[in-house]
Design a protein around this ligand. Sequence first.
Ligand code: SF4
Ligand code: FES
Length: 330
Amino acid sequence: MPKVIIDGFEIEVPAGTTILNAARQIGGDLVPPAMCYYSKLKDSGGKCRTCLVKVTKGSNTDPRPMPKLVASCRTVVADGMEVANITSPEVLDARKGVVEFLLINHPLDCPVCDQAGECDLQDLAFEHGSPKTRYEFERRTFEPIDIGDKIKLHMNRCIMCFRCVFLADQLTPERLHGIMNRGDHAEISTYIEKAVDNDFSGNMIDVCPVGALTDRTFRFTSRVWFTNPVLAHRQCNTCCGKTILWMKGDEVLRVSARTTFYGEVEEFICNTCRFEKKNAADWIMEGPADISRHSVIAQNHSHTMQVLKNGVPQYDDSQKPTPKVKSEIE
Ligand code: SF4
Ligand code: FES
């Protein structure tokens, strides 16, 4: 079991663990952001470079530092390795640069994007982005495409993370999808349209880290932070049937898969559960879903919904935290 030190924290991990996954086992701020790596998708990672870290000591047998920053999602730990993430100004500077690159073509349309409030790029830009762009050329633009009647593709927002391609490849029986062209002309292939026939194609929406793939049954219905996420399940013969219902009052506005702390889907769900079961009566409610307190969605304090009325969790006002005054926040 190799031991690795990340930002001063030591951890022993099974051989073959990547630096990113070792950092996730430690947890906290030292975990590098990951826009393209997705633990459930084989071969994902290595595309976006947001997870760059500095290896200051290679291993006990070869203590030389690695000459360049490395993608933590693709670099396997070695015994005695020492890694710097948030303790390295060089890494933070590089991450800034990566965010700037990701935002070259990505439009700043968060006010009208359905992903706002749960967008990894929005969070990344907030933490590492620059308020100004230095890009002077025309941004590449595409018309939004309907891929099937349930999913909308906004290529303008795509950051080419390949997650949806891997998902369609690994969850659908035939390879009907991909990225066409190279460099600035690269785009998600329209072949992906054909993958929507598959029962699990809706999961592309959940794995997309930005608002490039959105749920047409939910688009423009509500800002996500005005909804209450509720854990629910149903008997389903196609998938696990375990979901999150995004509710407004008794109304189910959206159904999505349950996610882990790092925003990855726990178990993929089928299109019937996702798109067809929009009645509260279709589901057995379990209670409010836990939302990271850093997420803007947590601002609606839905986790304080405890009281079940007719099977539907209700907002419990008595547990509402008292808003802080400005001087307290400062
Ligand atoms: S559409 Fe979304 S998931 Fe697919 S490559 Fe673009 S950003 Fe990634
Ligand atoms: S998460 Fe490592 S390169 Fe994208």
